[in-house]
Design a protein around this ligand. Structure first.
Ligand code: C5P
Length: 298
């Protein structure tokens, strides 16, 4: 076999309910993930040693060393089976980088699945999900796709029913925001306030089940948004620009700085994206729909 390619989607968090900091430094979450139609393709081929390359509009921002989640995924799987992780990993990147859309997590999940097929290690779905959770809190969802509620760190998933197609615009900001820094700012902003235990919103889950975009728009929430806006105040101008352009609702995606706009249909997505692009409040704007499947061999 010459190589294996896996296609893997980005995500948006349509609800991110965050509890207080745990003793291990992580936060308990009720994290409602939705996979959206922006994809990376990860190809693994046998090689003399583990190497990573990346192409795509944001490729220069992707680390190519052992910290890349795709490289870590190959290493973890190889260790489990007493193999050497001698593969070349190529990432054809279309998911915005450093943006709260789980692009790095997506590549981790994709490389794991690709190596499992290339090496014939035959991992069960449960084993793959366990390795994904070791790689990062968002990685299991990148493997699973569709829609899911993540609890714990966000890694313990329950699939959710989605009753229709939802349309989105994503505004990509210049420069990243560090996820640990955003959680740290959340801790600072909520210090002494008694953070409640995170719970999924019944209204949000019902809107998702019904495929009702207006109801979903009214129920979107992200507890990290005040922290992301505190660290990057200019994001409120992007949110405002998208709402003025006709989005049903706007929120920061995950820990940001990407902002997500729910719109009523594909045509509105195109016009909101055009207006956002010319607003000068973001670097680029992308349209996408949801839900889409998780990591799949192509
Ligand atoms: O799991 P992952 O490596 O993606 O997490 C990155 C960072 O985000 C963690 O080191 C932690 O600071 C923060 N985090 C958190 N609570 C979570 C998930 C992530 O505090 N549930």
């Amino acid at each position: 076999m010459s190589g294996v390619t896996v296609r893997v989607p980005a995500k948006v968090n349509i609800q991110l309910a965050v509890g207080g900091a745990r003793p291990d430094g992580f936060h308990d979450l009720a994290n409602v993930f939705l996979a959206v139609s922006l994809f990376d393709e990860v190809t693994v081929v046998p090689a003399e040693s583990l190497t990573v390359t990346c192409t795509g509009p944001d490729a220069a921002q992707v680390p190519l060393d052992g910290t890349n989640l795709a490289a870590r995924a190959a290493t973890l799987l190889a260790e489990r089976h007493g193999l050497a992780p001698d593969v070349h990993i190529h990432i054809a990147k279309d998911i915005p980088v450093a943006g709260g859309m789980a692009g790095g997590s997506a590549d981790g999940a994709a490389a794991l699945l690709a190596c499992d097929v290339l090496w014939g290690t035959g991992s069960s779905r449960a084993e793959l999900l366990e390795i994904c959770a070791e790689l990062g809190s968002d990685v299991p969802f990148s493997l699973a796709g569709g829609a899911a509620l993540g609890v714990g760190r966000g890694e313990r998933l329950t699939p959710l029913e989605v009753g229709g197609e939802f349309h989105w615009v994503f505004a990509v900001a210049d420069g990243g925001l560090s996820t640990p820094a955003v959680y740290g700012e959340f801790d600072r902003l909520t210090a002494g306030t008694g953070v409640p235990a995170p719970e999924a919103s019944p209204a949000l889950l019902e809107a998702l089940r019904a495929g009702d975009a207006a109801a979903l728009g009214a129920a979107l929430s992200n507890d990290l948004q005040p922290a992301a806006l505190s660290l990057r105040p200019s994001l409120s101008e992007t949110l405002e620009a998208g709402l003025t352009a006709g989005a049903l609702a706007a929120l920061v995606s995950g820990s940001g700085p990407t902002t997500a706009f729910l719109v009523k249909d594909a045509q509105t997505a195109e016009s909101v994206a055009r207006t956002l692009l010319t607003s000068g409040t973001c670097r680029t704007a992308r349209v996408a729909s949801s839900p889409v499947p998780g990591a799949l061999v192509v």
